[in-house]
Design a protein around this ligand. Structure first.
Ligand code: ZN
Length: 216
C-alpha cells in the first residue's frame, strides 16, 4: 500500500522536476487551469530558489563571470518553431495536455458504456495508467477503491463523490483508504484526466461485470 500523496508534495516534487511524465502532465495541466494552484506552486518555486542560493558557493572563481558571459554571447540563437495551431475542439484544454492529444478527441479509442467512457493515453511510462474519462451529466462511475493513488483533474463540467465536489481545474487525490463513486453533476458532461499508479478495485455488486472496462 502506498501512502497518500498530498497536493503540496506533488507541487514541491514538480517544482524540483522530479515527477514521472504522467504525474508531471496532470500537475502541469492543473496549474494551467487553476490560478489558486499556480499561487501555491510559486511558493514552492520560491522555496526551491532560496535553497539553491544557499547551496551556491559564496564566491565565483576569478574570471568565471566573464567566461560565462562570453560563452552565452557565442551561443547560436535557439531555433524557434512556429506554434502548432490549436484545433478548436481542444482549445479549452490545458496546453500541457494538448501536447499529447490528437487534433480531435474522437481520434482516441473510447471504451465504456452507461454514459461512462474512457480513453487510454500512452505516455510510455510503465507503472502508471493515464486516461481521459468522460461521464455524461448525472451518470456515475462504478463504485471502486484503489490499490494505489488516483489523481483526477476536472477539465470540463464537474463531479462529486463522498469527499467533495470538484469543478474545472480541481485536482482530486484518492488512495487505498478511499472507497468512492464519482457522479457527474447534472446538466453537463464531465471530462477528466486521470492518472493511477495501480489497479482500481471495483467494490459494487456489478464489479465483476465491469472488469473488462478496467485496466488489465
Ligand atoms: Zn477513484
Amino acid at each position: 500500500m502506498s501512502e497518500r500523496l498530498t497536493l503540496d508534495e506533488l507541487l514541491a516534487a514538480h517544482a524540483a522536476g522530479r515527477l514521472p511524465p504522467p504525474l508531471a502532465l496532470i500537475v502541469a495541466s492543473h496549474l494551467a487551469l487553476s490560478p489558486e494552484g499556480r499561487k501555491r506552486y510559486h511558493s514552492f518555486e520560491a522555496a526551491g530558489g532560496v535553497l539553491l542560493e544557499r547551496l551556491e558557493p559564496a564566491r565565483l572563481a576569478p574570471g568565471a563571470w566573464q567566461r560565462l558571459c562570453a560563452r552565452l554571447d557565442d551561443e547560436a540563437p535557439e531555433l524557434v518553431l512556429p506554434p502548432r495551431p490549436v484545433p478548436a475542439a481542444l482549445r479549452r484544454l490545458p496546453s500541457p495536455l494538448r501536447e499529447v492529444l490528437p487534433d480531435s478527441l474522437d481520434e482516441l479509442r473510447w471504451r465504456g458504456f452507461g454514459g461512462v467512457a474512457e480513453a487510454v493515453l500512452d505516455l510510455g511510462t510503465p507503472g502508471y495508467r493515464t486516461t481521459l474519462l468522460r461521464v455524461r451529466g448525472g451518470k456515475a462511475v462504478p463504485r471502486h477503491t484503489h490499490e494505489g493513488n488516483e489523481l483526477t483533474l476536472v477539465l470540463e463540467g464537474s463531479f462529486h463523490d463522498e469527499l467533495g465536489r470538484y469543478a474545472r481545474g480541481d485536482l482530486a487525490i484518492t488512495d487505498p483508504t478511499v472507497k468512492h463513486q464519482p457522479v457527474a453533476d447534472d446538466g453537463q458532461d464531465c471530462l477528466c484526466l486521470a492518472v493511477t499508479d495501480a489497479r482500481l478495485r471495483l467494490t459494487g455488486p456489478l464489479g465483476w461485470m465491469l472488469n473488462p472496462f478496467m485496466p488489465s
